[in-house]
Design a protein around this ligand. Structure first.
Ligand SMILES: Cc1cc2nc3c(=O)[nH]c(=O)nc-3n(C[C@H](O)[C@H](O)[C@H](O)COP(=O)(O)OP(=O)(O)OC[C@H]3O[C@@H](n4cnc5c(N)ncnc54)[C@H](O)[C@@H]3O)c2cc1C
Length: 387
């Protein structure tokens, strides 16, 4: 461990999506960087479904062997009638999330960042412009708190905290052959998943089935699985792992910075209040935060929070959508709405931010992809654990 006499330029708390991308960028730009994480290793006890929207995949190029491309969303009404959504040029990536995190950690280290595992942040005090970390023999000129929804950095420095959460839980299956891997299967149902939705998603090596519910509610995974058993046949597959966690749903925390300290990712509430997606923003704002910290420390650039503030999402429309979801409309209303064009339009925009395939059915879209020899029509690579 580095001597306290020689502080790191930047210490990042949290070795996950936001922290590792920030570490790589800051180290590439020549800062001395250490990342602290309470976990024993990267990818340990992943607590996310890990689906990447296209914009996340555009932000950070992830090795294709760690992902599976999914073009469609099959959206089920409570009656189990479904509509298929897709948009040419758009896709989701389901991921082997533990190995994506290991890969991100390796990238950060290759750039020169040092990652310290089993190193829990428990506070830091500032003396003569340098932060000294309690219980750890390290010091830093700048701290980036990328330590998730219940950030200890936010607590230690009196910053804003997340107070509204979705709660998600899911199980991973091997051999769930009845889940059509061309789609993310999403279930709108106010009885099963009030305030959010249920999902089944085939990843590169396992299939995840789970649900999240709105603030103040508890997810009932058993009930969701029982209700969707006829569609997917979980009882014929093998459950191999469970994941669960809390997803900030209240928008940006305030304040999210103080002199020499900044929050990013879930710690800062940088998660879409409507969809619960946070990885794209963790990638984008993790990288930007590191660039601005480097500009500030190396070139006397503006204080990073001042430079970053205009780039932050306001989430105005998504907060409105969260309010509507929190009301958990009655199931017959959802059944009716999903049959109507305006709701299909809205769903198309929530998932793809753009129009569907102008008169194409999903089958025709796929046939066109196949004729073009698209990668997803070739056999998917099989991953070995720890690859
Ligand atoms: C069930 C579930 C499903 C989700 N599915 C998706 C999805 O499919 N797509 C999507 O885009 N988003 C999804 N999200 C949201 C997404 O996972 C988060 O937005 C994303 O993980 C945020 O990344 P982060 O780096 O900010 O924080 P995190 O991934 O939460 O990482 C925080 C890190 O900080 C470490 N840490 C915490 N406290 C300390 C401490 N005191 N000292 C040292 N280290 C500490 C933790 O060990 C962890 O490694 C989901 C969330 C949940 C809970």
């Amino acid at each position: 461990m580095q001597e306290t006499a020689r502080p790191y330029d930047l210490v990042i708390v949290g070795a996950s999506f936001a922290g590792l991308v920030a570490a790589r960028t800051a180290a590439m730009r020549g800062l001395s960087v250490a990342v602290l994480d309470a976990k024993p290793e990267a990818g340990h006890r992943v607590a996310t479904t890990g689906v990447l929207v296209k914009e996340a995949a555009d932000e950070i190029d992830i090795p294709h062997t760690l992902t599976r491309r999914v073009h469609g969303v099959r959206l089920y009404a409570p009656s189990r009638r479904s509509i298929d959504l897709f948009a040419p040029g758009s896709f989701f990536l389901t991921t082997d999330t533990a190995n994506v995190l290991r890969w991100l950690a390796n990238e950060a280290m290759r750039a020169g960042a040092k990652i310290l595992y089993r190193a829990r942040f428990e506070g830091a005090s500032r003396e003569a412009g340098v932060f000294r970390f309690h219980g750890l023999n390290i010091a830093a000129r700048y701290i980036l708190g990328a330590d998730g929804a219940r950030s200890a950095v936010a607590r230690a420095f009196g910053l804003g905290r997340n107070t509204r959460f979705l709660t998600g839980i899911e199980v991973e299956y091997e051999g769930l052959t009845r889940a059509d891997p061309r789609f993310l299967h999403c279930f709108l149902d106010s009885k099963l998943a009030p305030g959010y939705l249920g999902w089944v998603a085939a990843g590169p090596s396992v299939t995840q089935a789970g649900l999240a519910v709105g603030p103040g509610r508890r997810p009932d995974l058993k009930r969701f699985l029982a209700a969707t058993e006829p569609v997917f046949g979980y009882s014929e597959a093998r459950a191999v792992e469970r994941r669960s966690g809390r997803i900030p749903a209240g928008g940006l925390v305030s304040p999210w910075s103080t002199d020499g300290v900044m929050l990013v990712g879930d710690a800062a509430g940088q998660v879409s209040p409507a969809t619960g997606g946070g990885i794209k923003l963790a990638f984008e704002l993790g990288r930007r935060s590191a660039q601005l910290i480097a500009d500030h420390l190396q070139d006397l650039g503006a204080p990073p929070p001042v430079a970053l503030a205009p780039e932050l999402p306001a989430f105005a429309a998504k907060k409105l959508m969260r309010t509507a979801l929190d009301m958990a409309p009655p199931n017959p209303l959802i059944d009716l709405a999903l049959a109507l064009p305006p709701m299909r339009w809205l769903a198309q925009h929530v998932y793809f931010h753009r129009r569907g395939g102008k008169g194409l059915s999903f089958a025709e879209f796929e046939a066109k992809l196949m004729r073009n020899g698209a990668a997803e029509t070739r056999p998917q690579p099989t991953l070995s654990p720890g690859a």
